[in-house]
Write a protein that binds this ligand. Structure first.
Ligand code: ADP
Length: 385
């Protein structure tokens, strides 16, 4: 009896002490958690307060200083922090924004993958998909296709084919199409670069990118390098003031150096393309560079009919459609606009629940494409006030 009683009270005591201990622990635990939260929040806040370090490139090492190039292309002589470790020129480093002192080296791969920045493809555009432009096709076959397919012929005869050509004319007239067609005919790799992107997107890297594009072209030869909007790089500049202009100039100089650097019979060819032949720096079209100029203008009636047939080839047309009348209505239309007319006509048929495209679908489409073109033209004029 006695024993049972004492066991009961012991149990009670245990449970009391136990519950008391839990309370103390809980408060301490909560306290600890709060402290940890505050610490981690403080650390987070500090991250937001810290000024970012700038990524730069070491150009040259002097005794205890270095010359670095910051991303906008300017160079500075700066100090090196003691914790930085050993540097060599070409290293990527992090620098303080205020005094540009080198803080540490980063292990960023020096050679960036140029393949991420340009479009590389093996196009599949047979010559028969290019409407009109017969003279231009002949010229391109002669100066690009033949030297790539039969270089020995040129060696034997002893003449130098051009390293590249310049296609110029209104937008949407088939310049890119021609370049892709010649790449298809010669089974070449097609590297497409846009001049304006080269100077806007890759600030500070334009010249380097040009160099790597040519390296890649040689690796993947035979190659056609297609430079769209080449005027963005190669426009005549009256004065070179801002660092942006200097950057464009550097990229352009690198392009010229690359063109001059390879032999005419190397199996790399350049096709430059522009809508603004008038502002082009003559340096780019000097003999030995893109010295064959080929104008790609708006198609005439015969050309328009050929282009129309190419783009309506797979469409189900009402046999009563008079193609000649349509072609006449598309005076001053570019190839791209004719393509748009065919697509639009298809939509008009779909909207009317038809599977056959009738004459009025094309008439509506022509009207719409013309209106859109005029509207865009107007917007374009607004940009100039
Ligand atoms: P550009 O490079 O001159 O601005 P593109 O070659 O990019 O013009 O043409 C855009 C599209 O317009 C082409 O993909 C094609 O569908 C159509 N096109 C333009 N010209 C022609 C042409 N001569 N023959 C067939 N299609 C054409």
């Amino acid at each position: 009896m006695e024993g049972t009683k004492s066991k009961d009270s012991k149990d009670k005591l245990d449970s009391v002490i136990y519950s008391y201990a839990t309370d103390v622990n809980a408060v301490e635990e909560e306290n600890r958690l709060l402290r940890e939260t505050i610490d981690s929040l403080k650390q987070e806040i500090n991250k937001f307060r810290r000024t970012p370090l700038m990524v730069s490139e070491v150009m040259e090492l002097l005794e205890d200083q270095a010359i670095i190039k910051i991303p906008n292309g300017n160079s500075f002589m700066v100090d090196i922090s003691n914790d930085c470790g050993k540097l060599v020129s070409g290293d990527q480093v992090l620098v303080e924004q205020k005094n540009l002192t080198i803080i540490k080296k980063i292990n960023k791969t020096k050679k960036f993958s140029v393949e991420k920045f340009v479009i590389i493809e093996k196009p599949n555009v047979p010559w028969k998909l290019v409407g009109g432009l017969h003279q231009q096709i002949e010229d391109i076959k002669e100066v690009i296709e033949l030297p790539l397919i039969k270089p020995e012929l040129f060696k034997k005869i002893g003449i130098d084919p051009p390293k590249g050509i310049l296609l110029y004319g209104e937008p949407g007239t088939g310049k890119t199409l021609l370049a892709k067609a010649v790449a298809t005919a010669t089974k070449s790799t097609f590297i497409e670069v846009v001049g304006s992107e080269l100077v806007q997107k890759f600030i500070g890297e334009g010249a380097k990118l040009v160099k790597e594009i040519f390296e890649l072209a040689r690796e993947k030869a035979p190659t056609i390098i297609f430079i769209d909007e080449i005027d963005a790089l190669a426009a005549t500049r009256i004065e070179i003031g801002t660092s942006g202009e200097r950057e464009v100039q550097r990229t352009f100089m690198q392009l010229l150096a690359e063109i001059d650097g390879f032999k005419r019979l190397d199996n790399v060819k350049i096709i430059g393309c522009t809508n603004r032949r008038d502002i082009l720096d003559p340096a780019i079209i000097r003999p030995g560079r893109l010295d064959r100029l080929i104008k790609v203008g708006l198609p005439d009636k015969v050309g328009r009919k050929e282009i129309f047939k190419i783009h309506s080839m797979r469409m189900t047309l009402d046999p009563k459609i008079n193609i000649d009348t349509l072609v006449e209505k598309m005076e001053e239309f570019s190839g791209a606009m004719i393509h748009a007319v065919c697509t639009e006509a298809g939509y008009y048929a779909i909207r009317s629940n038809r599977t056959k495209i009738i004459f009025s679908d094309f008439l509506n489409a022509i009207k719409r494409v013309k209106e859109e073109e005029e509207l865009e033209g107007e917007d374009f004029m607004h940009m100039f006030g």
